[in-house]
Every structure is written in structure tokens, then in C-alpha cells.
Design a protein around this ligand. Sequence first.
Ligand SMILES: CC(C)(COP(=O)(O)OP(=O)(O)OC[C@H]1O[C@@H](n2cnc3c(N)ncnc32)[C@H](O)[C@@H]1OP(=O)(O)O)[C@@H](O)C(=O)NCCC(=O)NCCS
Length: 161
Amino acid sequence: MPVCGVTADLTTISHEAVIVAIGNGRVRRRLFLEVQARGERLAIAQHPTAVLAEGVQVAAGTVIAANVVVNTGSVIGQNVILNTACTVDHHNRIEDHAHVAPGAHLGGDVQVGEGALIGIGAVVLPQRRVGNWATVGGGAVVVKDVGAGETAVGCPARVLK
Ligand SMILES: CC(C)(COP(=O)(O)OP(=O)(O)OC[C@H]1O[C@@H](n2cnc3c(N)ncnc32)[C@H](O)[C@@H]1OP(=O)(O)O)[C@@H](O)C(=O)NCCC(=O)NCCS
């Protein structure tokens, strides 16, 4: 794809809406807030193979990749990434700027805080909470809540000191 320009060039590039396609959560948040403050329309980018239960709420700026499944009663915030083939089961709450990496699986009634990263292939058991800007390592199995800003790895997941 041709590169049309940098973020500042948005004023001169013809477009209908914007998606911030950056993996790093803090950078994605900063650019999201920047373009939102400029009055840009933030789109939802959803791959046609993704399956979302009826009534699932998805906020602006969120990317839903191929083969994602989101089950009933879940609420997905702004500027979230639901990456390839992750599953988000019933009544989850995924806060703004969070990232559920490829192949991660969240049980029912899980809460993922603002900016948190659920690493590739991780599992979060039902009813667990992952705090704001926390990181769950790739392949981890979260059996206890993970606090805000903490990094937890392994099976069962333990907080990295
Ligand atoms: C958890 C994570 C953030 C830690 O990164 P880090 O702070 O740079 O930590 P380090 O690589 O220095 O590792 C620290 C220790 O944790 C261990 N560790 C790191 N990641 C681990 C993981 N996922 N599972 C188990 N142990 C892990 C390391 O082996 C090391 O152990 P040691 O001290 O006994 O040698 C990172 O390894 C990770 O899993 N990131 C997820 C990335 C991802 O899924 N991105 C989405 C891509 S789309």
C-alpha cells in the first residue's frame, strides 16, 4: 500500500474515517486521543469472518481481526484490538485501548482494564479481572486477578517481580 503521509497530513488527505493501527497500547491511546480531539470519525474495522453475538457493544476505533468470536452480553471499548482468532466469551468487559492478542481466550464474565495486554495464546479463567495497563504474558493461564500495572506470566500466572 502506498504511504499517503504522516498523521499531520490527515487534514489534506481525503478520508471518511480513521483507525489507529499501532500495537503499543500507550502509543495507540495517544494517537487515538489526538485524532479524536481533532474531530476525526473513528471507524470500527471488523473482519468478515469475525462472529459477534447479537447485542455485543463495540465502541469507536476498535479493530476486530479474522476469526475472532465475541459472545453474548460483552462490551468492547474504544480503540481496542481483538486480534486474530481470540475469543471473548459472554459478559466480558474490555476497556478502552486494551489488546487481546492472537489466540487468547477469555472465559465468561472477565474484565480487562484500560490499556491491558492479554498476550498471545493466553487464557483468562471466568470471572477474573485484569487491571488497567496490566500485561498477561504469552501462553499464561490467569487463575487469580491481575492488578493494575502488573505483569503476570506462566501457568498458573504469577506476577513478575
Ligand atoms: C510477559 C512479557 C511482557 C515479559 O516481557 P519482559 O518484561 O521483557 O520480560 P523478560 O523477557 O525480561 O523476562 C523476564 C522473565 O520472565 C520470563 N517470561 C517472559 N515472558 C514469559 C511468558 N510469556 N511466559 C513465561 N515466562 C515468561 C522470562 O523467561 C524471564 O525469566 P527469568 O528471569 O527466569 O529468565 C513478554 O515476555 C510477553 O509474554 N509479552 C506478550 C507479547 C504479546 O503477546 N504481544 C502481542 C503480539 S500481537
